[in-house]
Design a protein around this ligand. Sequence first.
Ligand code: GAP
Length: 532
Amino acid sequence: MAQQEEVFKKLISHCKEYGFVFPSSEIYDGLGAVYDYGQNGVELKNNIKKYWWDSMTLLNENVVGIDSAIFMHPTIWKASGHVDAFNDPLIDNKDSKKRYRADVLIEEQIAKYEDKINKETEKAAKRFGEAFDEQKFRETNPRVLENEAKKEALHTRFAKALNDGNLEELRQIIIDEEIVCPVSGTRNWTEVRQFNLMFSTEMGSTADGATKIYLRPETAQGIFVNFLNVQKSGRMKIPFGIAQIGKAFRNEIVARQFIFRMREFEQMEMQFFVRPGEELAWFEKWKQTRMRWHKALGLGDKKYRFHDHDKLAHYANAATDIEFEMPFGFKEVEGIHSRTDFDLSSHEKFSGKRIQFFDPELNQSYVPYVIETSIGVDRMFLSVLAGAYSEEVASTSSATGSSAAEVTAPVAEPVEATRVVLKIPPVLAPVKLAVLPLVKKDGLPEKAREIMDNLKFEYHCQYDEKDSIGKRYRRQDAIGTPYCVTVDHDSLVDNQVTIRYRDTMQQERVPVAQLEQIIAEKLSMKNLLKTI
Ligand code: GAP
């Protein structure tokens, strides 16, 4: 774990050094849990959004998009339940004066039991080698069983306390589990209190009678209040979905772990409206579809898992998270909720407008039920980078062409011991192709520019002529560029270039005329979407 934390720290500084993510307002010492995206970050972010948007609106002819305003009528947040129930239970340590989410402290304690079990199992696996029967070990080892029992008991008690909204019991769990403040190391805790996460501001001048309005904590409500507009103007029939990408704001109590928990972030949400009674079948379908979307990126199937909710949100009758294995453990990246008819019914009540669908097949009107898929762009961004970040001992074997018959005109890799490479799925990579003249004279820059000028209309390309070729490769590895194309003196004669592949570092001599075809396959969004 300590090693993983080290990797996470390196990833954060890598993001800053290479123009992915900067702390907001940095020259004024930053603003808590608010971040800016740099020149490479914004490209990656846009590519993630395109992947999601296209998968929703191109692959599903019954899913359409909207872009609703951030400011909305304040009654919307009363109707949605956010004014009364969008709270986190907070607890303070009296010695360190640090504030924590009580539920997160307990979840971390559960994870500690899990950790102990896994460590015990790993140790035994090493000791017994191939003869190791993991299932049997987990079922019989006394220490594993003891921790499993503790974990289960805590889990059950925690889930009940959450469902009952029992704040005293949450505090008691923290006391009984002897959870200490990570800063002061003491157990000197305050009571647990509820804290509403919505930011508010005022619209209109005070003289006119200003109205208190909220910065939206989710984009979903913008979809619900436009249900009738979209259904009628698009002549949509149930089942159909509305997708939206946009900013959301939450005054998070504990905003840690870089862009994992931010106060201003971006969501990609889709509400899928279905017949009452059919929602759980659709919930299952969207669960599987969304998992395929994640896995199609090739970051490793084992890095994902479902996590069903213990405490259902006030609007849901089924809920699961898709979790990704971040450097700080498996964490939620996306939530999939069966939201019943809660939101539309509530908006009917609060607005006084009829929000129903007449189903010609059933010859009846009803308030549709809703399946929601909700993913944070920033968390997705973090999962891609965490999955892609790799420190490797750089082998120079590719420069000798030992493993590929096609390698005919290698350009030497530097002989540094390690390279940092972001193995970002090529479709999402901020820069797709770097064009590098071997030297900045003898007509090589002109030839390189010619290649760039041909490819730049479709792909984000970078031209670089500074420093040795090896250093330039390393710079491109660090931002995840899947292809580097080197132009040398022979290129002027035979019209061929060396293409160097980021992940394998293999080099291949290819005709300039074939370049586009070679890179197109892996950079094609269409090909990626076909695999979902
Ligand atoms: N409309 C449902 C909804 O908002 P949620 O589970 O609260 O559900 C959905 O949020 C997703 O939004 C999460 O899975 C996460 O990816 C992202 N998200 C939520 N809070 C966030 C925060 N403070 N910072 C970054 N991303 C966040």
